[in-house]
Ligand binder design. Sequence first.
Ligand code: PEP
Length: 256
Amino acid sequence: MRKALVAGNWKMNGSLDANRELLSALSGAMQASDAVAVAVCPPAVYLRDALAQLESGAIAVGGQDCSDEKSGAFTGEIAADMLKEVGCEYVIVGHSERRARQHEDSAWVARKFIAAQAAGLVPILCVGEQLADREAGRTDAVVAEQLDAVLDAAGVAAFDRAVVAYEPVWAIGTGLTASPEQAAEVHAFIRARVSARDQGVAEGLRILYGGSVKADNAAGLFALPDIDGGLIGGASLDAASFIGIVNAAVAAQARG
Ligand code: PEP
């Protein structure tokens, strides 16, 4: 059985004081669980403080992005090796906000995925369609293009050490959530696409759902067979909401 992952993407939110308060509430409520892995991805400047506060290890830490380059004249960028050196376990790559604002295309995201794995990090690869894509019936084509770029560049075996997050762009931060049926369809599509290259890798691959997941809709999503946890934005900034989502994942795992 795949071990679910619930990861909080804090985006550009927080402060030293607010983070300390949030992390102390989270670590007070969470034990290292065999059933569900939990991670938080704070802004890069706060990673060291978060890691120091979370040294018990029940909650892992990840970066929100990494460079595709190893080192050098890349002002403002952060190398995957640096994230690994300070103690990160995960890094998000290809988030839709970066694909849109930084114009990251799928080939660039694939290079970041490869750089992350070379550094020993587990990439959380985000894929997902815009509302216009869904309305035009292009959801599968968009997701396939984003996924295939990484499968082609990194090879399917690399997905043994990776996580995919399906995040319909129209559901991110909008309060709109994909219905369980819509999410289930795309999750099954992603698993089948990986399975066409390697069935064993596909069966072990964690595919998270992201897009306005809250404590009250998490149970319905996590009950679906191809949904292995969530990538949580807004609700990860509120301790009670995030703990509620983690508990929904633990309950879903317990039901099998
Ligand atoms: C995200 O940005 O990864 C995300 C899922 O955000 P939200 O939960 O706020 O929709």
